[in-house]
Ligand binder design. Structure first.
Ligand code: ATP
Ligand code: MG
Length: 566
């Protein structure tokens, strides 16, 4: 773990940890071994993060280990690019699989031998019904299935056909290997499930060695057993597969007997958490790649400046349960703000600049003003920010004819320029169209540091940047990618994309210390929110991404709920 809160999850209680504690106490388990088993057919999202934090988290808590296993059994959809991106993401989240990087494809030979074992024991057969016929014969929830006419094929014939499937003699889809279990089972997964299918496709790791590939059901549990997994933790949709998982473990000469446990998958408002749908957003060009800062992918969050520790904190707060639910994205945002508030350095930056000239300030003078780096963290210290005669302030911090409650700048009004001086606006200069383009102001030299010795008070404090010293930046502002909390609930989810979810602000003015900022560092621009430098930045073209605004929607929701309860 890279951050200081590695022990954060100690003392966490949930049903998975209860099972493990009981197994250890009863001696059923001697070493806790878990795995995170992604299919390399896309990039990881926040739902995967929940699974990663759970699997790596429990392994660490109980002194065991967690494997990273690529479930690479579908070569037509899988790519090396995804294998690499997934490893980068898991590592970035703070987890280490050490030497336990595994691939289901490493077990292809063993799995083949297991299939042969089933055939020899008359527990599997080759079927040449079409996919549609297999579906028809399978029956429904209310109607039992019927046996395939191929179900009683002699063992020798099955052996011969399966060998020829492997040798690449048949076309895709022409034959499958099925387990011989029970076509009348109340559980459809037990009605002679498919174990192997023909795919004359090149595999990212095994190349053209194989023409047949094991199904998830056949590969997964057996890989667990081969790797010595003690607790195979997956999401609820596999609950009905557990009898098959157990049947295969019982009927095969596997080296260990893992058990499967299911937990609820994460759903998040204003997001889609499915690699298939996320892939569509990428391929249709609705977003700027898998790591677009609006994507709920780990790489998207990273590019948006969200710290890994905040994601781990979120995973811990949502907990692990057995019933599906949807988590409000505001809770996620809250975790991020909570974390960044403690660690993010504060800086001054003007997003929509308005020029200010301090008429009584010496033309050649530049003062280095002390500014506090983080009021939440004394050890973060102070820095110097240059102040000079010409400055930029936020356009929204000036109003020509302000309403009563506007405590910022207006003609004749005095405000504090943060850390610097009290400034009074004397005149607003306009262009021919009547737009304010510059403010003429004066400062009170006796208020250096932003305080008046005589105890004179001002109501407003605004931020500023010295015009001469400012660095220019383009800032990308983001809101939810979707217009509704449940995208796709009433039609195609792509119709719910918010076309205005990304706004580009150019000509933003940042304090000069930001020239030293690094991609991957997140800072707070005072009064605006959190920002991080984008990876596309180059000297002369600095791009920042908005990580999150300061406003805390989650706190608001909670406050509202409290007031409703009263
Ligand atoms: P997707 O629908 O996004 O493709 P998947 O389950 O097919 O998801 P896998 O790569 O097979 O993706 O998943 C790897 C692991 O992550 C599995 O154990 C799976 O259960 C878990 N996982 C996937 N999505 C979620 C989620 N939303 N919440 C919790 N765990 C998840
Ligand atoms: Mg999958």
């Amino acid at each position: 773990m890279t951050d200081s809160d590695s022990s954060q999850s100690e003392g966490v209680k949930d049903f998975v940890r209860d099972v493990i504690r009981d197994d250890l106490a009863a001696g059923r388990t001697t070493e806790v071994v878990t795995r995170f088993p992604p299919e390399p057919n896309g990039y990881l999202h926040i739902g995967h993060a929940k699974s990663i934090c759970l699997n790596f988290g429990v392994a660490a808590e109980f002194g065991g280990r967690c494997h990273l296993r690529f479930d690479d059994t579908n070569p037509t959809k899988e790519k090396i690019e995804y294998i690499e991106a997934i490893q980068e993401d898991v590592r970035w989240l703070g987890y280490d699989w050490r030497e336990h990087l595994h691939f289901t494809s490493d077990n292809f030979d063993t799995l083949y031998q297991y299939a042969v074992h089933l055939i020899e024991n008359n527990k599997a057969y080759v079927d040449d019904l079409s996919a549609d016929e297999i579906r028809e014969y399978r029956g429904t929830l209310t109607k039992p299935g019927t046996n395939s006419p191929n179900r009683n094929r002699p063992v020798t014939e099955n052996m011969d056909l399966f060998g020829r499937m492997k040798a690449g003699e048949f076309a895709d889809g022409s034959h499958v290997l099925r387990a011989k279990i029970d076509m009348a089972s109340g559980n459809i997964n037990m009605r002679d499930p498919v174990l192997y299918r023909i795919l004359n496709a090149s595999h990212p790791r095994t190349g053209d060695t194989w023409s047949i590939y094991p199904t998830y059901d056949f590969a997964h549990g057996q890989s667990d057993a081969i790797e010595g997994i003690s607790h195979s933790i997956c999401t609820l949709e596999f609950e009905d597969h557990r009898p098959l998982y157990d049947w295969l473990i019982e009927n095969l000469p596997v080296p260990s007997t893992p058990h499967q446990y299911e937990f609820a998958r994460l759903n998040l408002t204003y997001s889609v958490l499915s690699k298939r749908l996320l892939m569509q957003l990428v391929t249709d060009g609705h977003v700027d790649g898998w790591d677009d800062p609006r994507m709920p992918t780990i790489s998207g969050y990273r590019r948006r400046g969200i710290p890994a520790a905040a994601i781990r904190d979120f995973a811990q707060r949502i907990g692990v349960t057995k019933s599906d639910s949807t988590v409000e994205v505001e809770l996620f945002d809250h975790c991020v703000r909570d974390h960044l508030n403690k660690v993010a350095p504060r800086r001054l930056g003007v997003l929509k600049p308005l020029k200010v000239v301090i008429e009584n300030y010496p033309e050649t003078l530049t003062e280095e003003i002390d500014a506090i780096n983080n009021p939440e963290d004394e050890t973060a210290g102070k820095r110097k920010v240059p102040f000079s005669r010409e400055l930029y302030i936020e356009r929204d911090d000036f109003m020509e004819d302000p309403p009563k409650k506007f405590f910022r700048l207006a003609p004749g009004r005095e405000v504090r320029f943060r850390y610097a001086y009290f400034i009074t606006c004397r005149e607003a200069i306009k262009d021919s169209a009547g737009n304010v383009i510059e403010l003429r102001c004066t400062y009170d030299p006796a208020t250096r540091g932003g305080n008046s010795a005589e105890g004179r008070k001002v109501k407003g404090t605004i931020h500023w940047v010295s015009a001469e010293h400012a660095i220019d930046a383009e800032i990308h502002m983001y809101s939810h990618l979707f217009t509704r909390p449940d995208p796709g609930a009433e039609g195609d989810f792509r119709d719910d994309i918010d076309m205005a979810s990304k706004t580009i602000l150019s000509g933003c003015k940042l304090e000069p210390s930001l020239a030293e900022s690094q991609v991957g560092e997140t800072l707070q621009l005072e009064r605006h929110g959190y920002f991080t430098m984008d990876r596309v930045s180059q000297p002369g073209h600095i791009v920042y991404n908005q990580t999150m605004a300061l406003r805390d929607g989650w706190a608001k929701i909670q406050a509202k709920e409290k007031s409703v309860k009263k």
